[in-house]
Design a protein around this ligand. Sequence first.
Ligand SMILES: C[S@@+](CC[C@H](N)C(=O)[O-])C[C@H]1O[C@@H](n2cnc3c(N)ncnc32)[C@H](O)[C@@H]1O
Length: 389
Amino acid sequence: MATGSSAIQDLAGALTGPGTKWTLCLVGEDQSQKFSQLSGELHLPFSDSGDGKRISSGFSYWGVESTVAWVHACSDLFYPVMRESIENFHGRWSRIELGQNGERFHYVSLGTGTGHKDRTILDRLLPHNPDLRFLPVDISPEMLRLGQRESLRGTGISLDQVVPVQLDFSTARNAIELRRLVEHLVGDEPVLYSLLGNTLANFEDDTGLLELLLKELVRPQDRFLLEVASTGGLDEESAQAAAQEYQASPRFGEFVTSAVMHFTDLHINMDHVSFTPFVEDDRSVLVKVTYQNRTGEQLRLTLPDRSSVEFPDQDTIRLLITRKYARNGLAKMIADAGAEEVHSDQPRIPAAFGRPSFGMDLMLLRPGIPATSSPQPPAEPPTPNPFAS
Ligand SMILES: C[S@@+](CC[C@H](N)C(=O)[O-])C[C@H]1O[C@@H](n2cnc3c(N)ncnc32)[C@H](O)[C@@H]1O
């Protein structure tokens, strides 16, 4: 122990020592409260169309089983959405103009996942800002530990520059707390936030989430990197093809059922998992993944708090929603969320052999000027100093 130093200062030594096995993690979440939210959502009433019981976004990744299943899904040859999103990220990021002119950014990754993309981003930002602070944020502590290993690999960043944060970033309270933490660490210096891997598409109110994050986190000097899946068509055929993309991957099936498997005693039958496509107005194709009780019998689920839930025949649990956005729908969502596009990379694989044109869009955003904001009053002229000689 160094005399006069705090335990936090001493920790830096432990973290940066040779061969250290430690991962520092700031826990910003009351796990028991999260659990009661999950339990409440599994107690919702009967619906045979996935509109009652649910695993809401974030919980799908919570827990070690889901983390491992997600990592496996990301490398599945039959699940091109994430595999290609990770494999092609380097090229797509290289076409986004940020940091090439020596601007110095700190980095906050919202939903770090496997950490591969964070490493690519750090590789660009670090040479211009060797002292940058990196905050990977994730609801899943297991994902944070796993992602950290990958994101830091070969970057040379010191562990005392990295502050992993376990937090659900989708509530206003948490976003405000996160901003306070970030400002403690970096002051007014610019921060790059990212929300990658089509994570936004998993939220029912995707526009609301984007608006919340931009409003509560992103200051005028900051930037927000958004990656979403996109579609060239908003027709039945494109929606079917999107559903098929997910359905074709056994690993994705394992991932999407892992939370129910972990948090209930339901015996999973993969034949009871449905991938239902929808065209969502003029903005996206949406795929709703549900588990339906097709046993012909009333089942009873036991949750980890020993409460039990009736799961009648034909009742469903919504496991996940995901989307692919049309370009107009995406532009409208960004505008409605109060953001402006600074730069984007929106290649799309052309439609061929009955395959619709799908792609991954990467966009750099900044907070726009809200239409309702009143102009700032002109600065007061300086008051003469009566004591000046
Ligand atoms: C689709 S993955 C994307 C991972 C990574 N960004 C990528 O592009 O490869 C979503 C990630 O966000 C995390 N996540 C989802 N909802 C979250 C929430 N509400 N709060 C914090 N993390 C969340 C998940 O645990 C997971 O690591």
